[in-house]
Design a protein around this ligand. Structure first.
Ligand SMILES: *Cc1c(COP(=O)(O)O)cnc(C)c1O
Length: 430
């Protein structure tokens, strides 16, 4: 793998892009500012590999930030999309595929008896909160520092993902009233949750069950059950945002792996198979508050889009038990290799993983909350990412995001990745 790559065409496109798109991109993390370089413009991708406009080829560990659990341009998913497209791209009327998808989700997540589809995870989280407020007659929310639930006003306070990357505590333009209705505590701090619950009557406790937008910071033993108990005592709904974890960490997401059932589940990414689709769902008694069954208004021109539903169904159909075992093994092999490589050169990193997700934290111990994640060596991480990109490996270009290994990553990809990883750590160690 070469360490000298050309980026003339990406540079040319970036110069044009910044004239017409804020920061040259349509979503902040793509700009790669957190790792001190300009964005890479993509030409195409297949399987686990991405090719940029300059012809550089990368082993991709971003995979569109989660949807592509089968890798890029999987033939079966493409065939499902093309077949659906031939029958029409959108109708504004219901289709059979939407029922198939809701039934499949219900089989995987028994707590999701009914769901409503949206076009983005942001919309799904926003609508789940509207429903929680309507169902409880309360307004205040409990969320965790460093958790990301999309870019809706009330959920941006001390959010992870792109806000963490940019060091933005809460975006300008969010009215204080919206932020005031959100109480924020540190992840994995059970006492802080109990204190907040003693002081407030919450509409919802909202959590990523395995937070992956401050890097991956899994719950400590018993923490999700503590949230379940606190929500019940408080009279709040427990809302799990499984936009990343849903259908990735196991057939039924984190709620199945940890055996803690939320009242409402927010889904996205994998459920759309690489097309814009997301959903929120829960018990029939709650979901029937949603219009037109009930009076909580929620709608979308492209919600349940037939192409996205076809891509999502094709994606879920291929996610059987052997697939999850394979994804788990790939993740473990990658995490182990990353740990070994860091140890060889003595760079202090901690590699945290669950099946299908991992983060390489530039810190001696794995962070257990957002302040700890923020205390990582961000410059070290950035330099390491630049060194990986120069060697044909595309890691998440921010310390506050997860790696997304896929079923398209073969042992040959892992070998090449770990060669680059060794070289990049060696370059850092100097
Ligand atoms: C990506 C993400 C969202 C937002 O989904 P979009 O489709 O980008 O709006 C919400 N919650 C979590 C946990 C996410 O990772």
């Amino acid at each position: 793998m070469s360490v000298s790559i050309t980026d003339a065409k990406s540079a040319e496109l970036y110069a044009r892009a910044v004239q017409r798109l804020p920061g040259g991109v349509n979503s902040p993390v793509r700009a790669m500012r957190a790792i001190g370089r300009d964005p890479i413009f993509v030409d195409r991708a297949e399987g686990a590999e991405l090719v940029d406009v300059d012809g550089n080829r990368y082993i991709d560990y971003v995979c569109s930030w989660g949807p592509l659990v089968h890798g890029h341009a999987h033939p079966e998913i493409l065939a499902a999309i093309i077949d659906a497209a031939h029958r029409g791209t959108t109708f504004g009327a219901p289709t059979a595929g939407e029922i198939d998808l809701a039934e499949e989700v219900g089989r995987r997540m028994p707590a999701v008896e009914m769901l409503r589809m949206t076009s983005s995870g942001t919309e799904a989280a926003m609508s789940a909160i509207r429903l929680a407020r309507a169902a409880t007659g309360r307004t205040t929310l409990l969320k965790f520092a460093g958790a990301y639930h999309g870019h809706v006003d009330g959920l941006l306070a001390r959010a992870g993902s792109g806000l963490a990357t940019a060091g933005i505590p809460t975006s300008p333009g969010v009215p204080p009233s919206a932020a005031h209705e959100t109480i924020i505590v540190d992840w994995n701090d059970g006492e802080a949750v109990a204190r907040a619950c003693a002081e407030h009557e919450f509409a919802a406790i909202l959590a990523e069950p395995y937070p992956a937008n401050m890097g991956l910071v899994p719950p400590v033993e018993g923490f999700l059950q503590l949230l379940r108990n606190q929500a019940d005592d408080n009279g709040a709904l427990l809302v799990f945002d499984e936009v990343i974890t849903g259908f990735r960490v196991g057939p039924g997401g984190a709620q199945e792996r940890d055996g803690v059932q939320p009242d409402l589940t927010v889904m996205g990414k994998v459920i759309g198979g690489g097309l814009p689709a997301a959903a929120f769902g829960g018990a029939r008694s709650l979901m029937e508050h949603i219009a037109p069954a009930g009076d909580v208004y929620q709608a979308g021109t492209l919600s349940g889009n037939p192409l996205a539903v076809a891509a999502g169904m094709a994606t879920l159909r291929m996610l059987d038990e052997p697939a999850y075992l394979r994804l788990g093994a790939t993740t473990e092999a990658l995490a182990g290799g990353l740990r070994d490589a860091a140890a060889v050169v003595g760079v202090p990193v901690s590699v945290v993983s669950v099946p299908g997700l991992l983060t390489v934290f530039f810190s001696e111990t794995p962070p257990r909350d957002y302040p700890a994640a923020q205390a990582c060596d961000l410059d070290g991480y950035a330099a390491w990412c630049r060194a990986l990109l120069a060697r044909g490996v595309y890691p998440p270009p921010s310390q506050f995001e997860a790696w997304f290994p896929s079923l398209a990553h073969t042992s040959e990809h892992l070998d090449r990745t770990l060669d680059a990883v060794h070289a990049a750590f060696a370059e850092l160690a100097g």
